[in-house]
Design a protein around this ligand. Structure first.
Ligand code: 3UK
Length: 505
């Protein structure tokens, strides 16, 4: 099933196929006041592909930067780039000129399609990086804007006959610590991702309505909100803004059935769920960071829905360890997705027996290919992808997340995983959000410190939280320091930025 012929264009497979099969009238993508069928998205993508080729001079292999909030227009741009045999360089909407400049330089971006609302930072970046020759703005309403130019082009386009192992996408890692790294994904990788995790763990149908928060520039969002729905002929709702309350309202409005977002978003939506009619919702996927058992329980109590957890990575395109609802196991990420293999390696690089904490290694159809190869040798060793996560394998073959390898806390001679303590704290009724890190300590090397955001109506009580942790997990792990905060630093994709908490002051 995962055998690909030598020639493949992912856009043919995901978009044009439905029109060719007479399904072009099916609803495909909505958002930003638009509602497009498969045939309408195809026509728009074709027109934009014609602009790229006929007006901007894009040739196969050119890197085209995409910038915008999640909208149907951004989806059309994405398909246009892929149809033209160019490479989509997806960028997160919040990136500033300096970061965009790094992306342009690293990926050798020659052209850009940019939402007019986000034009300024990209123009500033272009001024420093003339390698970016042409920018065309969409959603500007201007006579020389992308839509106006597209309207003057034919609605037909013959997709470039790309090799299945031609690069289609360069996705940048979020770079929560270091510099963002570009990862290359082939046309066949995009299709392989659609054939591995979704059929096994999600089992969506063409009547499903997908919705969620991750940007299309984040491969979690690209898969969950564009590739996966389209691979089964379903429809998707793209939201420009998807803060928890807005996401919940949109689920109601669109009668969404499948939701993709991060654990922190499920925690924030849970207390509000009762006031919203989300009865159409049937599948909820959590990824981006570990899903604590308390969050799984909270969402199930609020909605009756068992979350589907999955660990994915930009380097590996999408989710590689996960589970179906029926196989859910609180506190565990799941088992390798069919098509992938996983193992836990010790410091000597050899596989560890179950129960021991080591480095997660993964192999499958979508492996890591960095643009810069000195990182490649660290991430991929002997064909195994080392994700940088510490995990253990339990006796039933479930993978249990511990921490990012470089986030493990070493205190008083013990190895302590912050997320385990976070999971314990989140089970306390006063705790809305928390983060646990190691801070330097003369006596213990590192000291376990918790940052806690309280739920409404709860007063700070460090002692009570410490006692709660001591009573739920091995007592030596309890946070010796507790600091209360109004909020915690997170990325656009819902990941805790622990490094910001480690910075003094
Ligand atoms: C962490 C998780 C525990 C883990 C992603 C789904 O997050 C994604 O990609 P990134 O490159 O980060 C990868 C790292 O994030 N992580 C992600 N999911 C989980 N840790 N449980 C999880 N369920 O450290 C991993 O190495 O930003 C997620 C699909 C596509 C993605 N790109």
């Amino acid at each position: 099933e995962l055998q690909f012929g030598p020639r493949l264009n992912a856009a043919t497979e995901l978009l044009d196929r439905w029109v060719a099969q007479g399904q072009g009238g099916r609803p495909c993508v909505q958002g930003a006041g638009l509602r497009w069928t498969y045939a309408e998205l195809q026509a728009e993508a074709n027109r934009i592909a014609n602009v790229l080729v006929n007006e901007l001079g894009v040739v196969p292999g050119n890197r085209v930067l995409l910038r915008g909030a999640n909208t149907p227009q951004l989806a059309a741009c994405w398909f246009a780039v892929v149809k033209a045999g160019a490479i989509a360089v997806a960028t997160m909407p919040l990136l500033r000129a300096k970061e965009l400049g790094q992306v342009i330089a690293k990926a050798e971006v020659s052209h850009a399609l940019c939402d007019a609302a986000l034009a300024d930072e990209l123009m500033a970046a272009q001024a420093q990086h003339p390698v970016l020759r042409g920018i065309c703005h969409f959603r500007s309403g201007a006579p020389d804007g992308l839509e106006a130019r597209a309207a003057r082009q034919p609605a037909t386009f013959t997709n470039v006959d790309t090799a299945s192992d031609d690069c289609a996408l360069i996705a940048f890692t979020s770079g929560t610590t270091g510099q963002p790294k570009g990862t290359m994904h082939f046309h066949r990788d995009l299709i392989a991702a659609c054939r591995c995790w979704p059929p096994h763990c999600l089992q969506a149908r063409s009547s499903d309505v997908f919705i969620g928060s991750p940007p299309l520039a984040f491969t979690f969002g690209l898969g969950g909100l564009l590739l996966f729905p389209m691979s089964v002929g379903a429809s998707t709702v793209l939201l420009e803004k998807a803060a928890p309350e807005l996401l919940l309202k949109a689920i109601v409005e669109h009668r969404a059935t499948v939701c993709f977002t991060a654990p922190t978003s499920y925690r924030a939506m849970a207390p509000l769920a009762a006031q919203h009619d989300i009865s159409a919702l049937r599948k909820c996927v959590s990824a981006g960071e570990a899903l604590p058992a308390a969050t799984r329980a909270l969402w199930k109590q609020a909605t009756g829905i068992e979350l589907i957890d999955g660990i994915g990575a930009t380097e590996l395109l999408h989710i590689f360890i996960s589970h179906t609802e029926a196989e859910a196991r609180p506190g565990a990420t799941g088992r390798p997705v069919p098509g992938y293999r996983a193992c836990i390696l010790g410091d000597d690089g050899r596989p560890l027996p179950p129960g021991q904490v080591g480095r997660l290694a993964v192999k499958g159809p979508t492996g890591c290919r960095y643009l810069a190869d000195e990182r490649q040798r660290q991430y991929v060793q002997d064909g195994w992808n080392l994700t940088g996560d510490a995990y253990l394998l339990d006796a039933d073959g479930y993978y249990v997340y511990q921490a990012r390898t470089d986030d493990m806390i070493i205190s008083g001679g013990y190895n302590i995983a912050g997320p385990e303590i976070e999971a314990a704290l989140l089970a306390h009724p006063a705790v809305a959000e928390c983060a646990v890190i190691g801070v330097p300590d003369a006596e213990r090397g590192q000291l376990v410190k918790a940052f806690v955001v309280l739920r409404e109506g709860h007063a700070p009580d460090a002692k009570a939280l410490q006692e709660h942790v001591k009573a739920s997990i091995a007592p030596y792990k309890y946070p010796r320091a507790v600091e209360f905060r109004d909020s915690l630093p997170r990325t656009e994709t819902g990941k805790l930025q622990r490094f910001k908490l480690r910075e003094p002051g």
